[in-house]
Ligand binder design. Structure first.
Ligand code: DSN
Length: 493
């Protein structure tokens, strides 16, 4: 009996056509089992876990085997600070081709005039964008005077003055409890330390963005940067309105589409819901709804292209050419009618899931969704998001706890659960399955109670108890559903 995954595959498929990508994938796993078992073991376990659990984390997906295979090669060994054909290192001709392919792929996919594909993550992309705006959009005569000098020509006092003036610029983004990201000015994040961060929130009654209120705050605060984007807002943004507000107060409109890039690429968000014609700069991740490798991306209008391209080395460490190659593949994969169908189904599925949850008596923030995510408010069940998350994980449903608007439980315990449909839609599930999953989530949550804190004897915010029979019943349902929608079926051996 062999331990080789590849041998098993070849044996099982003897006499049948064999897939090269599967052979390559299994050969890598076999090699790692021999040479680095300490990594192969958790890697193989991750494969097993991702296959046997319902992945409902709104920021996760499953990339193609081609995207994954493109990252395991010697491109990782090349330094290439700078940008294509303008590098701080010699010998970058091949990397230039790889990066140019990714840049052109991103431009074609989003209809953008400029793309920068080096950010390692969405947070890094935001940092590059902030820095580019701070240095390019000069709002103050003293910054202009000092900024004209080369940094080395500044005296220490002038350098410090410039630094303080830059840090004093105002940035307006969506508050964390309303669905904004940590990098959108959350006080513990560097974004709130490198600028004066102020925030707008959703309407307390509807949970929706209130453009009149955003305009009022913008007029009062006169931000240099107005940020539109979210990590946990279940609705769409009108970018025409956001641009109007930005123009009125002289702000740069920055869109963070990390969560919904796949819905823009897949042409679900069109017209005023498509940020590309309206935002001066757009940042993104490439691994959420866009379904590429883990990484970041920036699109921008021509006036910002020169400063954005200086992201590395001014803000970022060395680019990752192996990941950039995988991004190029993902951009091509997303520029297809199949991907557009996929993106449409992601939203249809999210709506079906929200409907099912509401029918089962679960409170859904904004009473529904029109993107890829659904935000649940568990406060009416008497449990925190942390307790709800733990209970669902025990039933093999992987979600994450999340703040709801004006959450009284804070960012650690939270009152909410965020659920996304991007990954399960990649596995092929549709409305019927969402209806069933909504029922399971509801059954688990309705049958979970907060436990008692052993120290204080009071109701715990961290520990709950779920009826074990319900957990068993749901686990069986999940296992049987996942058998019908295998992950990477070609890797079943
Ligand atoms: N951590 C990502 C998310 O889950 O939304 C954003 O950075």
């Amino acid at each position: 009996m062999t331990d080789s995954l590849l041998d098993k595959y070849l044996e099982k498929n003897s006499g049948k056509p064999r897939k090269k990508e599967v052979i390559a994938y299994l050969a890598i796993l076999d090699h790692l089992q021999e040479r680095a078992p300490y990594i192969a073991k958790p890697l193989l376990q991750e494969l097993v876990d991702q296959k046997r659990r319902l992945k409902l984390i709104a920021s996760e997906n499953y990339s193609s085997l081609t995207v994954q295979l493109a990252m395991g090669n010697l491109l990782t060994d090349k330094y290439c600070e700078g940008f294509p054909y303008h590098r701080f290192y010699a010998g970058c001709e091949n990397v230039d081709q790889v990066e140019s392919e990714a840049v052109e792929g991103a431009k074609a996919l989003f209809g953008a005039s400029h793309a920068y594909v080096q950010p390692h993550s969405g947070a890094d992309a935001n940092l590059v964008a902030f820095w580019a705006i701070l240095t390019k959009k000069i709002q103050n005569k003293e910054i202009e005077r000092l900024g004209k000098k080369s940094p080395n020509a500044l005296t220490n006092e002038e350098f410090e003055k410039l630094r303080q003036l830059l840090c004093n610029q105002t940035f307006l983004g969506l508050s964390l409890h309303s669905g904004g990201h940590l990098t959108h000015g959350f006080r513990q994040n560097v974004s709130a330390k490198m600028m004066r961060a102020v925030s707008y929130s959703v309407d307390p009654d509807t949970g929706l963005l209130d453009y009149g209120e955003i305009a009022r705050i913008a007029r009062e605060e006169k931000p240099l940067i107005l940020l539109a984007g979210y990590s946990a807002y279940p609705r769409r943004i009108n970018f025409a309105k956001m641009r109007e507000i930005a123009d009125e107060v002289g702000a740069v409109l920055l869109c963070d589409m990390a969560h919904f890039a796949g819905l823009v690429a897949g042409k679900v968000f069109q017209g005023e819901e498509d940020p590309v014609p309206y935002a001066h700069i757009i940042t993104s991740t490439t691994h959420k709804t866009l379904r590429g490798p883990r990484g970041g991306l920036i699109l921008c209008q021509p006036e910002f292209s020169e400063v954005i391209d200086k992201g590395c080395p001014l803000v970022l460490g060395g680019p990752l050419p192996h990941v950039i190659g995988a991004k190029a593949i993902a951009f091509r994969e997303a520029n297809t009618p199949d991907f557009q169908d996929y993106a449409g189904q992601v939203v249809t599925n999210a709506r079906a899931l929200a409907t099912s949850l509401k029918r089962e008596g679960i409170s859904v923030v904004t009473n529904g969704t029109d993107n890829h995510l659904v935000l649940l408010d568990l406060s009416h069940l008497g449990i925190t998001g942390k307790i709800g998350e733990n209970a669902l994980v025990q039933a093999e449903m992987i979600v994450n706890r999340n703040m709801i608007p004006f959450d009284s439980e804070g960012a650690w315990f939270t009152s909410g659960i965020r659920i996304g449909t991007a990954a399960l839609t990649t596995r092929g599930m549709k409305e019927k399955e969402m209806e069933m999953i909504g029922k399971w989530i509801s059954r688990v949550l309705h049958n979970t109670r907060a436990g008692l804190d052993p120290k204080t004897g009071e109701k715990s915010r961290a520990h709950g108890e779920t009826d074990p029979k319900i957990l068993e019943e749901v686990r069986e349902g999940v296992a049987s559903l996942l058998k019908q929608y295998p992950l990477y079926p070609e890797l079943e051996i």
